[in-house]
Each structure stands twice: as C-alpha cells, then as structure tokens.
Design a protein around this ligand. Sequence first.
Ligand SMILES: C[S@@+](CC[C@H](N)C(=O)[O-])C[C@H]1O[C@@H](n2cnc3c(N)ncnc32)[C@H](O)[C@@H]1O
Length: 333
Amino acid sequence: MDAFPTGHESGLETAQSDFLRLLSGLSSERDRRALIDWIGQSGSALVAQVGAGGPTQSQARYEARRRLADIADRLKGRMPLTGVLASERILAPAEAESASGLRPEHTVHLDGFLFDEVDEERLTSQGQIPPSFCAQCGSRDVQEINLITHSLSRPLLEFVFTSLLPELNPHHKILDVGSRLGSVLYGAALFTPCQSIVGVEMNSDFCDITQTTLNEFDLASRVKVIHAELSTVPELVQQADVIVLHNVFEWFMPLQAQTSIWQFLQRNIPKNGLIVASPRIEQSLAPLNTGIDISKWLRPLEPARPEAIALTEAEDENDSIFLYQVLADPGPA
Ligand SMILES: C[S@@+](CC[C@H](N)C(=O)[O-])C[C@H]1O[C@@H](n2cnc3c(N)ncnc32)[C@H](O)[C@@H]1O
C-alpha cells in the first residue's frame, strides 16, 4: 500500500496544499498566526456562506477587499501621514474638546481607511506615532494617545455594506455626506450593486483626489463626487435612499452651523430613508439646540444581516456605527 497518494490528488488535498502555499506567502509569523486564528474563529460562518452563496459570492467579497486595499495603497502616496490637508480647517481646540471630549494635544490624526492595525503598530514601533502621552508632565502617569481617523476603516466599510444595511439593489441611491478621500464611495461601489453613489464634499482638494481615484479604478460611471457645502444641494438629500453621516460635522463646523445643518437634514431626508451614522445621532445632537425630537424623527435599527457579521473583520469597531430609519415625512424642525 502506498504511503502517499500517487494518482490525482483529491480536491481536499489540492486545497490543503494551496492553503499552505498561501500561508507561506505571508511575510510574517504574526500574519500567518492571524490568518489561522481568523479561520478558527469564523470557520462555521465561512462554510455557511460558501454553502449559501457559492464560491462566487465569497470570491467577490475577497476581490472587493483586495481592490479596496489597492485603492488605499494608491492614496497613501498622495496624502500626508495624518490624512489631513493644508487646505482644511479642522476645528479649533476648544470647539473640538467640547464636541467630542478629546484634547487636541493628546490626539494624533491617522487615517483609518489608509492605515490598518498592522500599519498602526509598524508606525508606532518606528516612532512615527507616539504610543502614549504624559497626563501629568514629568510623572509616570502615562495614558494611551487618542488616534483620530476622519475616514471609515476598511473593515467597518465592509460591515456597513454587507451586514448593517439591508441588501441593496442597483436602483438604491447612496449619499455620503462629507466624502473626504472617498472611502465610503469606494466601499459602496465594491460591496453593493448600487448604480448611483454620490459623495458631497466642501473641500475641493479632496474632490480632486477622489475623482482621480474613481477614474483610475474604473468606478466613475457609478460614483460621483460633488464639490459643495451640503446645505446648497438639498436635492441630493431628498433623492437618497441611504445617507452616510460619519463624524461629519463635529470636527469641521462650529456648533451654530452644526445646529442649522441638522435642521436642514431633518427637513430634507425622505420618510423611510436609512441613515448610517457614527457617533449615535443622539450624541451628535446633545450639545446642540436643534429642537429636533429624535424619537419622532428616527427609529434605531439593529444590523439587517447579523448572520454576515462574523465574516467581516470589524468585531472591535462595529458597535461604533449605527443605523436609523426616518419615521416622519420631512417637516420643519
Ligand atoms: C470625518 S470626514 C468623513 C469622511 C468620509 N465620509 C468617511 O467616512 O470616510 C468629514 C468630511 O466632511 C466634510 N464636511 C463637513 N461638513 C460638511 C458640509 N457641511 N458640507 C460638505 N462637506 C462637509 C469635511 O470637509 C470632511 O472631509
């Protein structure tokens, strides 16, 4: 009896040797272990997904991740490490502190779409990001530095479009308010079949960067970026089925302007429209005097496809982004 297979390898054996080849292609022991751990943790969900949607659906998901990573790599070369442009006006410290409780001197900006956790550790070990700050100068009372991202991370984008939101069809219209580098637009284009994906952004440099990237990655037929301040384009809000509001106003508009823009949103988002928001809208409105009764305006929703959550890589973060449905017809705040 042969100790080793001599004829054609079975499908399983081929898959095992392909997997070992894949594993050896990872450059670090840490990544190899992380891959094995991920398979261990999400194995049943992976088997269920392949069974339900077939390999084509899984492959499409991995292809989308790969393209998103390619886009991030391309953009890294065009942006400073902080992901903040000289043409931006990030809020003055006092306003930022009262809006979000963060002290700017203890805060480092690092774009979460461009840089993942592995990049973050590398940059910290290279001394490009300080790991901690001293709470009382000269003492050993050190605390972790606050890392602020102005873009959604790639795992969170996948969570939003494959688990948090219900399945979207090509006719659904998505609007990202404050599209910045375009991360939400790329995520929507790669994880949904929607044919109308629009970003509105008041900084023209970000619009140029996004448009170049959309052209380079062949996404411009489905995705548009519009250079405008949101309140000048009410028709975009009125037409949207899904509106993404990721930390959009807190760091970029003074409190009085935030009040007006939330009233504008309440007047224009259509009934049944879905809002994806981070932080919770209750938190964004708390320091403002908008007169909006949130309980009459919005209904918070649980993730529409919880069974898909295990397949995403955002477990630590996915309770930081929320889904709402608009209950009432638009009306004055
Ligand atoms: C935190 S970033 C969000 C980036 C992107 N949506 C994401 O999640 O990756 C907020 C962006 O909104 C833009 N912004 C803030 N207020 C705006 C307004 N009223 N109209 C248009 N853009 C706005 C800012 O210039 C900034 O680039």
